[in-house]
Write a protein that binds this ligand. Structure first.
Ligand SMILES: [Mn+2]
Length: 381
């Protein structure tokens, strides 16, 4: 029985992505570790993923980007990531980790945190911002990591389009970015790179995409595996986990990873309603919610005076059932303002967002200068 499994698993690979280790949200700390609760939730999801991968025993694990939430992960985050990767490599599993926009510094790859992985056997970091390839027996991994700019990335992708892919090998492509022309795969981040769909050639046995946080089949041979835990309310409807690919049969299987529920509660429309009725609806929405969930309650058509009238003790009661209860008395059409991270990586995003709102003609120069300063400040920390 065991033997059959071992030989069968020879062509099995795992595709995981967008783990954003070090991600923090809200201000709740775990009592035992003093870590941010959402940060800890995310580590737990990663640990669960590694446990499952150890059961599957694939030959390769492909991580298609955004391993860390920022370019400067904390000591704790770094130690955790190495510990978990080592659990895999000690079991004979090779780990290939591609740099995405969240882990890549703006100035050069010289200061890339992924450099540290070069010192570990069977961990293969790809972070040069160029086309690279690796070969493991008959499997060839082709990849382009996060480039300094869109132009370089596009040029490197041209190399992928021209590659000859001998049939004697299995060919896998790894990329991190949004698909050009498809708004839904954009994460609206300033350093996001675009992938032209024609790069996703059908000659590849498998294409492992990262960046978009939902699990999505793009083509017969091409998938986004998505993130392993919902990080923002825009991800509340998505299943989370990783993909398991059998290169011999081309079958792709999803392995779900359960985590703390993140729920966008049904919107309450306050139009023409008494305060009591609105309160009743708010309470009803929380009734069936598992204790300790992260919830957002949008209430539309509620003016400021009515908001004040809502019973504070009721809101406190609802809050006490959740890890986080976000009471949002505003229009649902407004964008999701919760940022992906509260750390320095997002200061850059905030700065670019701010510049985009101004109508200065020298926006590009300001952006370049500002981002370089932020990066340098980060370096000296
Ligand atoms: Mn990304």
């Amino acid at each position: 029985m065991k033997k059959a499994n071992a030989s069968k698993s020879k062509a099995t690979i795992v595709h995981i992505s967008d783990t954003h280790l070090g991600f923090k949200a809200y201000r709740y700390l775990d009592k035992n570790t003093s870590l941010n609760q959402r940060e800890l939730d995310n580590y737990n999801s990663f640990k669960k993923s590694v446990n499952k991968i150890l059961e599957i025993k694939p030959i390769l694990v492909l991580h298609s980007g955004d391993l860390f939430d920022t370019t400067r992960p904390s000591n704790y985050t770094l130690d955790f990531a190495i510990e978990q990767f080592r659990r895999l490599t000690r079991a004979g599993i090779k780990v290939i980790v591609l740099a995405g926009n969240h882990s890549t510094p703006k100035i050069s790859e010289q200061s890339h945190i992924f450099k540290i992985f070069r010192h570990f056997e069977n961990i293969y970091p790809l972070f040069k911002g160029k086309y690279e390839h690796l070969q493991f027996d008959d499997i060839v991994i082709h990849a382009v990591s996060q480039s300094i700019n869109e132009e370089i990335f596009a040029n490197e992708l041209k190399k992928v389009k021209k590659l000859t892919l001998p049939k004697k090998n299995k060919h896998i492509l790894m990329l991190h970015g949004a698909l050009s022309g498809f708004k839904e795969f954009s994460m609206s981040e300033f350093n996001e790179l675009n992938i032209e769909p024609s790069v996703l050639r059908e000659e590849f046995d498998y294409i492992a995409l990262g960046h978009y946080h939902g699990k999505e089949k793009i083509k017969q041979n091409c998938y986004y595996s998505g993130s392993i835990m919902p990080l923002t309310f825009s991800e509340s409807d998505q299943e989370k986990g990783f993909l398991m690919i059998d290169l011999n049969t081309s079958s792709v299987k999803f392995e779900q990873i359960e985590s703390r529920p993140l729920i966008d509660l049904p919107t309450v429309n306050a139009q023409d309603k008494e305060i009591e009725q609105i309160e009743e609806e708010l309470a009803k929405n929380i009734e069936k919610t598992p204790t300790g969930s992260v919830c957002r309650q949008i209430v539309i058509n509620l003016n400021a005076e009515d908001t004040v009238q809502i019973d504070k003790s009721l809101l406190n009661k609802l809050r006490s059932k959740c890890l986080h209860y976000q009471f949002d008395p505003k229009n649902k059409d407004e964008p999701d303002t919760q940022s992906l991270s509260e750390s320095i990586g997002n200061l850059e995003q905030e700065f670019v967002n701010f510049l985009n709102k101004t109508d200065t003609k020298k926006k590009n120069i300001f952006q370049e200068l500002g981002l370089n300063y932020l990066e340098k400040a980060n370096e000296t920390n």
